[in-house]
Design a protein around this ligand. Sequence first.
Ligand SMILES: Nc1ncnc2c1ncn2[C@@H]1O[C@H](COP(=O)(O)OP(=O)(O)O)[C@@H](O)[C@H]1O
Ligand SMILES: [Mg+2]
Length: 357
Amino acid sequence: MPVATQAGSAGGGEPDLVAGLNRKAWCFWSGIRSVILNDELERLERAEGDAVGALAVCDDIAPKMAFEAPTSERLAELLAALPPERPGSQAVREVKGVGGTSLGGERPKLTVLHRGQLWIAKLQDRGDPPHAPLREYVCMRLAASCGIQAADVDLLRVGEREVVLVRRFDRAVDAHGRTTRRLYASAHTVLRLDAAIRGDRSRSYVALAQALRRWCGKADVDVTAVQRELWRRMVFNAVCGNGDDHPRNHGVLFEDGRWRLADAFDIAPYPTFSGTLAMAVTREGDMTASRANLLKDCELFGYAREEARRHIAQCEAAVTGDWSTVIQDSGYPAGTLAAPDLRWLDEGRPSSHANPL
Ligand SMILES: Nc1ncnc2c1ncn2[C@@H]1O[C@H](COP(=O)(O)OP(=O)(O)O)[C@@H](O)[C@H]1O
Ligand SMILES: [Mg+2]
């Protein structure tokens, strides 16, 4: 069986395609306990054709090419018909059958056709804190307002249920309904990481900024602009308390002959925040989400101290000031989700912060 590696993964790092298809995910989506595919190649062969990026690993490409996304309206119909005690993931199984999705991550999701393009529909999971899709929607909107190139988001409300829709940056549907794909590599691949090792120096924003110089640097590309964008993402994750900013939640996309940072996605803080990010913020490898750390090596990302200080303050103002406005604009009462209180920014390394609901 010919096996193409994920672009950019040669020489280190687990291919993102395999990562998206872990055994647990397959078992979960299959909905049939006895279907456990231990063989990685078989999982890749049977996986849906909606994996991130432009590469597929298989003998028979036809089923992958035949992938068709259900519409967001169909998903809404199924959710509306679902008895209240059933989790939303049931609707995902009904609409997609055994195959489900080849997208990785933990939360129930599927690719849907929405407003003529492909989006990822992310649903509330059984163990999620209340309004997890709304929280993700609010944070993605606020990230965009803080100068981050974030994927477009939309919110679908079906009775008590909610779904956050995230526009796929690696797919485009043309006027004839044909889908084109773009190559993608996660930061896990870019940084040539293996399994998570605590204290691993290379799980770092500073290291990623350096690697982006190699990946995105071309004569006519302003790499500093890319590095500045990465710094703003790190700052936003620190400000909103998103400790799930691990290297598979960042990536690069191949477009117009060059690699660039893929749109930001999965900015979805948990209600409690430990005060540390999943990647190091400083050259020394400190992951603490403090103002001092965010400023410490800002020059390495192309930010002067004063400008960086101002930007952090603007992010704080946006997160605290616009939080309830975005919630209300979405049709919810302002107090549905309380804004993060940002104490961790100036308190050093706290044990745990309630990022209240
Ligand atoms: N907007 C997007 N376009 C294309 N691929 C995406 C997009 N958002 C996420 N992905 C891919 O899907 C995976 C799972 O999505 P993510 O939002 O991280 O879900 P989870 O909350 O379950 O971690 C990501 O790791 C990434 O590879
Ligand atoms: Mg994720």
